[in-house]
Write a protein that binds this ligand. Structure first.
Ligand code: ADP
Ligand code: MG
Length: 150
């Protein structure tokens, strides 16, 4: 586990960018955090690090948004509105989770039973005593033995 503190949106973007630059094909990341904590800021940096230049927003009307112009295919999931796990089967989620790209899943707790065993979890938290722009970002997964986040 690794904890990184950021003190503004630019730093969270930059963290996402660095991770996106180095992320390996096949990685599935659960992105966790309350509304307004910075998940989209992180994701935009992550996409930038993968070499995706266009705007990346949460996939509001679809479960998954596919970006193929980067170093690796990027599959951005938002499963908040999912009614039943079978909807994941319908979109063929296994092709994404076990494919040659990188998956980032918002609200992955709702589909916990189908998340790959070795997925990463990146959690963003506010700590109000530390200021309005402070975020504590916890990474559980592949970076544990590396220094790539610094
Ligand atoms: P979410 O997608 O989690 O709902 P957003 O990324 O859309 O959240 O919004 C995060 C908001 O918090 C933005 O307005 C951003 O400017 C602000 N913010 C302030 N400090 C930070 C920080 N350290 N990291 C990320 N966002 C921050
Ligand atoms: Mg968002």
């Amino acid at each position: 586990m690794k904890v990184i503190e950021t003190f503004g949106p630019d730093e969270t973007f930059e963290l996402g960018r660095k991770i996106g630059e180095q992320i390996a094909a096949g990685t599935v990341i659960s992105l966790v955090g309350d509304l307004g904590v910075g998940k989209t800021v992180f994701t935009q940096g992550f996409a930038k690090g993968l070499g995706i230049d266009g705007a990346v927003n949460s996939p509001t009307f679809t479960i998954v948004q596919v970006y193929e112009e980067g170093r690796l295919p990027f599959y951005h999931f938002d499963v908040y509105r999912i009614g039943d796990i079978s909807e994941m089967d319908e979109i063929g989620y296994e092709d994404y989770f076990y494919g040659d790209g990188v998956c980032l899943v918002e609200w992955a707790n709702l589909i916990e039973e189908i998340m790959p065993e070795n997925h990463w979890v990146i959690t963003l938290d506010k700590v109000l005593e530390k200021g309005f722009d402070y975020r504590k970002i916890t990474i559980q997964g592949g970076f544990e033995d590396e220094d790539s986040c610094n």
